[in-house]
Design a binder for this molecule. Sequence first.
Ligand SMILES: Cc1cc2nc3c(=O)[nH]c(=O)nc-3n(C[C@H](O)[C@H](O)[C@H](O)COP(=O)(O)OP(=O)(O)OC[C@H]3O[C@@H](n4cnc5c(N)ncnc54)[C@H](O)[C@@H]3O)c2cc1C
Length: 469
Amino acid sequence: MSSSGSRPVVNGGISYWYADDGFPAVREPLDGDAAADVVIVGGGYTGLWTAYYLKKAAPFLRITVLEQKFCGYGASGRNGGWLYNGIAGRDRYAKLHGQEAAVRLQQAMNDTVDEVVRAAAEEGIEADIHKGGVLEVATTPAQLARLREFHAHEVSYGEKDRVLYGARETAERIRVAGAVGSTWTPHGARLHPVKLVKGLAAVVEGLGVTIHESTPVTEIRPKHAVTPYGTVRAPYVLRCTEGFTAALKGQKRTWLPMNSSMVVTEPLTDEQWASVGWDGREALGDMAHAYMYAQRTADGRIALGGRGVPYRFGSRTDNDGRTQAETVEALREILVRFFPPLAGVGIEHAWSGVLGVPRDWCATVTLDRSTGLGWAGGYVGSGVATTNLAARTLRDLVQLDSGQAAATELTELPWVGHKVRKWEPEPFRWLGVHGMYATYRAADERERLTHSTGSSRLARVADRVAGRH
Ligand SMILES: Cc1cc2nc3c(=O)[nH]c(=O)nc-3n(C[C@H](O)[C@H](O)[C@H](O)COP(=O)(O)OP(=O)(O)OC[C@H]3O[C@@H](n4cnc5c(N)ncnc54)[C@H](O)[C@@H]3O)c2cc1C
């Protein structure tokens, strides 16, 4: 496969971030039955941050992390590196628990962006973090109408520091072709996902947490995490498996594994950067229904993502990040539509990963006090920061349950203990998700062609089918 540049595109290999920073040495698998105070299944940001905060709060705890491949194998080693304050489900939580509760959740997310920056600095994790905020642009009249609505909506959740820009002010920040406006929030940073997850795993291990890699958990039951190499028993078993959850016994329809794909360009020249602007290194997104997200990397490239083939039949996940040729081409087209002067820039690497999507698109964190089973996830596409809030909340829930601490502000947030029904069985799951994304793409195309100022009705239908509103 080649995409415009002189060299073929590397496809898969987990992600570009590993090609850049190297793979870690794999840790020893579990070797027979074992006991712990807390066992964490999954070595992504959720599992590792949870181990980190629990061990910091209670150094005497024996904590074991069980990871099927290696820490950072999942979305935490493949994402777009947008550390930002979005959380899936906030609006539904406002409906269920009231605006005030949802404002507290939003405030906690704003603080979480700073907490990740702070903790990484304190632990000496060099993850190329640059806090330039998040800029979301509109390129059609319909997108502009949605952008203004979105901006006002976010301000109503207490984001007084959010700014709305017109076409000229947007162009002063970044020259996206046809941009008619944008909204910027300071609550966002760009980072290198793999440097964060590798650094975090090393810090956690240094604190005395046991990490076993190449150790798939096949079943979770109260006080047991079962693997082919032995069972780890612990009063608390925390499931942090996000997009891979469907492979666990009894969890097939809990969270749907949704794909997201990315490409990264070759390094841009100074002239090319001059044609684009982007000096503020903001995380960049748009207001399309099938939206894109991008960052200017520390090594001078553009990493850009969006929805490829959204979902595989039967909740299958991926092959170490390989993605379809048509997805690579679709992402390249977005890049060139945004930045026409970059038409000749080569794509060097493409990959994909899975997100966890609950039936109502609401992220959750839960500890069932009667069984000691806990879980966090369903972040949809907003997990780089949310995983950290989930981890601090799991820490507080475990400490509350074990009598080591009282309830905290975090344990009272409205996403704690949320329950949702399961996804439909196949083929309805596959048909529903594919139908939804085909409809989003059609809605974007119609909005572009008609220059209408209202959101396409198609997109609203897709939202309803998906259970998003
Ligand atoms: C392409 C892509 C781009 C994204 N971009 C962004 C972004 O820019 N900003 C943002 O906020 N979010 C983004 N996300 C989402 C974000 O990356 C995730 O929400 C977040 O990393 C989830 O972390 P996690 O630890 O819960 O899950 P994961 O990182 O997926 O970790 C789960 C871990 O559990 C392990 N595991 C699974 N099952 C088992 C088992 N049975 N036994 C043992 N181990 C198991 C897996 O191997 C994996 O390492 C993106 C996701 C993808 C895929």
